[in-house]
Write a protein of this length. Structure first.
Length: 219
């Protein structure tokens, strides 16, 4: 079986096991971008609490959040962890969005994807995973998001080295999968589910939907 067919089989097995994930959870594209920053180094349940705090104060608009003092922003996003650092990162993004692009994500996402991505990566606190999450889930652009779960899973499946670079693993997916936003969206979400519930640092292999094709014994 060639690589594209193997990747499709992995996707299909995960989809059958977990069902559609309907990612990214967020009422607006701006909320998705805020969530992409807040989810750095934490789990989504903590992010939901932080976003809930912002919603309760009616602050989930670029202008309202931009006008909020950084100290108050840090207090409201405390459930997401590393809240002082994340408040600074959000401030950098908000300055980029509000000052440089008049609060319009359409202006941010306008242009060739590589150029838009470079602009996002120039914002202090936005790395490749965060930028690509914004591009895929908020802008609907065709880019595959790589995270720690993806690296762990595909190393165990024998597709990459343990220390594979973000760019190299992303290129692998985008070379062998059809260029399709919905597919990239669902595939990444399903890999997150697998990483959360089965392919952990100490794996739980017995109920893993990829058990037959993985061959990783667990311990």
């Amino acid at each position: 079986m060639n690589t594209p067919r193997k990747l499709k089989k992995i996707h299909d097995l995960l989809l059958k096991h977990f069902g559609p994930q309907n990612w990214w959870p967020g009422d607006t594209n701006f909320e998705i971008c805020v969530g992409a920053i807040l989810t750095q180094n934490t789990n989504w349940q903590n992010v939901e609490k932080a976003i809930g705090n912002l919603k309760a104060q009616k602050l989930l608009t670029p202008k309202a959040l931009y006008n909020l003092p950084e100290k108050e922003l840090a207090r409201l996003i405390k459930p997401s962890g590393y809240f002082n650092i994340k408040a600074k990162r959000l401030r950098h993004f908000l300055e980029f969005l509000v000052v440089s692009h008049k609060g319009s994500l359409k202006k941010v996402f306008f242009g060739e994807m590589d150029q838009v991505r470079d602009k996002l990566l120039d914002v202090n606190g936005i790395g490749p995973e965060t930028a690509d999450s914004m591009l895929l889930y908020a802008a609907g652009l065709r880019i595959f998001v790589i995270d720690a779960y993806t690296k762990r899973i595909f190393h165990r499946l024998g597709y990459c080295e343990k220390e594979v670079s973000y760019h190299d693993l992303q290129h692998f997916f985008m070379e062998h999968l059809p260029s399709n936003t919905e597919l990239y969206n669902e595939y990444h979400a399903l890999l997150v589910m697998l990483g959360k519930y089965h392919c952990k640092p100490k794996p739980f292999c017995e109920e893993c939907p990829l058990k037959k094709i993985c061959g990783f014994p667990g311990s």
